[in-house]
Design a protein around this ligand. Structure first.
Ligand SMILES: [Zn+2]
Length: 368
C-alpha cells in the first residue's frame, strides 16, 4: 500500500492559543527550555491527535528539531549581504529593504568567509556535543524570494522597467545562495536542496522564463555537489496552482519534488515532469473558507492524480483542534478510498520558536 505523508505545520499563534494557555512559555531562552517544550508538545499532540498516530504518549528525547542549527529565518542570505534585520513581535526576523544605491553597489558574499559561516560552525559544534548530531535548518530560499526580501516589491517593477538592475540583484543573490549551499553541504549531511519560488507566483510565467529561470537553473546545477545525490532539488511554488509555470519549470534540472497547490493539474505536472513527485499543498485559507465537501473532493482528486504528499502549513488559531481532527479524518478517508495509508507528521515547533526569534528572547541572547 502506498504511503502518503501528511505534513502539518502550526504557526506561533496556534501554539500560543492552544498550548501555552496551559503551559507558560519558557522564561529563559536555552537548550533546556527547548527540550522541555519539545517533550510537552509531543505529549500534547498525542492527547489531541493520538488516534491519527500523531505525538507520543510517553515522549522521549530523540534530539530531532532541537539539534537544528538555525538562525535569521528567511533572511539568512539578506543578513549575509548586509541587510539590516529586525526581530518582530510575531513572525521572526524581517529584513529592511535596502536603498537603491546600496543595492547597485552590492557584491556577492562567500558564506564560508562570513561571520554567519563562523556562527554556523560554532553552533554545530555545540549541538554535536549535546546531542551527538546536528542538523541544518538554515533557510536559503531561492533567487526570487531573496531578491524581493532585499529590494521589496519594487523588484517586480524592475523586472519590467529595469531588467539590468533586476539581473544585477539576481546575480548577487544567486552567487551568495550558491556559496551558502556549498558551505552547508560541506558542514552537514544534506538530503535535498530547496529552491523556494513563492514570489514567482506573482510574476507571469513568460517573465519567469525570460529572466529568472536561468538563476534557478544555476542553483539547481550544484545540487549534486551539495547533496552527493542525483535528483535532489525540491522546487517550491507555494500553495497556488503551478500549471502555467510547468513548461518553464521542466527546464530546471535535478528536480525530485515539486510543491504546489493541491488544486493544480497534478496529472499533467507528473506527465510533464516524470522524474518528480508532487507534494500537494493545502492553503490554510481553503480550510477556513471552503466547505468540508469541497476540500474532500479536492483531496480525493489530488490523490487520484498521484500526489505523494499533502502539506498543510501555517495553520493559525482559526483552525482549532476539533476542526483539525475533522480534516484529519477527511484525509484518512480519502487515503483509504485511494488505496493509500496516511502518515501524519506534525511538527512540534514553528521555526521562529526553534531560533527564539522573539524580541524578548533575542535581547536575552544578546542577538539584538
Ligand atoms: Zn512558499
Amino acid at each position: 500500500m502506498r504511503e502518503v505523508r501528511i505534513s502539518i505545520y502550526f504557526m506561533w499563534e496556534w501554539w500560543e492559543k492552544y498550548f501555552h494557555c496551559m503551559f507558560k512559555r519558557p522564561e529563559k531562552a536555552c537548550d533546556d527550555s527547548l527540550e522541555w517544550m519539545y517533550l510537552m508538545r509531543k505529549k500534547f499532540l498525542f492527547e489531541n491527535f493520538g488516534e491519527f498516530g500523531v505525538g507520543e504518549e510517553r515522549p522521549v528525547m530523540d534530539g530531532r528539531y532541537v539539534n537544528m542549527v538555525l538562525k535569521w529565518g528567511m533572511d539568512f542570505i539578506p543578513y549575509v549581504l548586509g541587510a539590516k534585520l529586525t526581530c518582530q513581535d510575531v513572525g521572526g526576523y524581517a529584513a529592511e529593504k535596502m536603498d537603491i544605491e546600496t543595492i547597485k553597489a552590492l557584491k556577492p558574499v562567500n558564506v564560508a568567509d562570513s561571520p554567519a559561516g563562523e556562527w554556523i560552525i560554532k553552533r554545530k559544534e555545540e549541538l554535536i556535543k549535546r546531542y551527538g548530531s546536528a542538523d541544518q535548518g538554515m533557510d536559503l530560499e531561492g533567487p526570487t524570494n531573496i531578491a524581493v526580501r532585499i529590494r521589496g516589491e519594487d523588484f517586480y517593477i524592475d523586472l519590467i522597467e529595469d531588467k539590468g538592475l533586476a539581473r544585477h540583484i539576481l546575480d548577487v543573490v544567486t552567487e551568495t545562495i550558491i556559496s551558502g549551499y556549498l558551505f552547508l553541504g560541506k558542514q552537514f549531511k544534506m538530503d535535498e536542496l530547496l529552491i523556494a519560488d513563492c514570489n514567482v507566483t506573482l510574476i507571469s510565467p513568460s517573465l519567469y522564463e525570460e529572466i529568472i529561470l536561468d538563476y534557478d537553473i544555476k542553483v539547481a546545477n550544484i545540487s549534486k555537489v551539495v547533496t552527493g545525490r542525483e535528483k535532489a532539488v525540491r522546487l517550491h511554488h507555494c500553495d497556488v496552482p503551478v500549471d502555467k509555470y510547468i513548461y518553464a519549470y521542466k527546464k530546471v534540472p535535478e528536480v525530485y519534488k515539486i510543491e504546489a497547490s493541491y488544486t493544480s493539474d497534478i496529472a499533467m505536472v507528473l506527465r510533464e515532469m516524470p522524474d518528480a513527485c508532487f507534494s500537494a499543498m493545502i492553503n490554510p485559507l481553503e480550510l477556513m473558507g471552503e466547505s468540508f465537501d469541497v476540500i474532500e473532493q479536492r483531496i480525493d482528486r489530488a490523490l487520484e492524480e498521484g500526489a505523494k504528499e499533502l502539506d498543510i502549513w501555517n495553520i493559525d488559531p482559526s483552525i482549532d483542534v476539533s476542526k483539525l481532527r475533522k480534516i484529519f479524518s477527511i484525509i484518512q478517508r480519502c487515503c483509504e478510498r485511494n488505496n493509500c495509508r496516511a502518515l501524519f507528521d506534525c511538527m512540534p515547533f514553528c521555526w521562529d520558536e526553534l531560533e527564539w526569534a522573539f524580541p524578548r528572547y533575542q535581547h536575552q541572547l544578546g542577538h539584538v
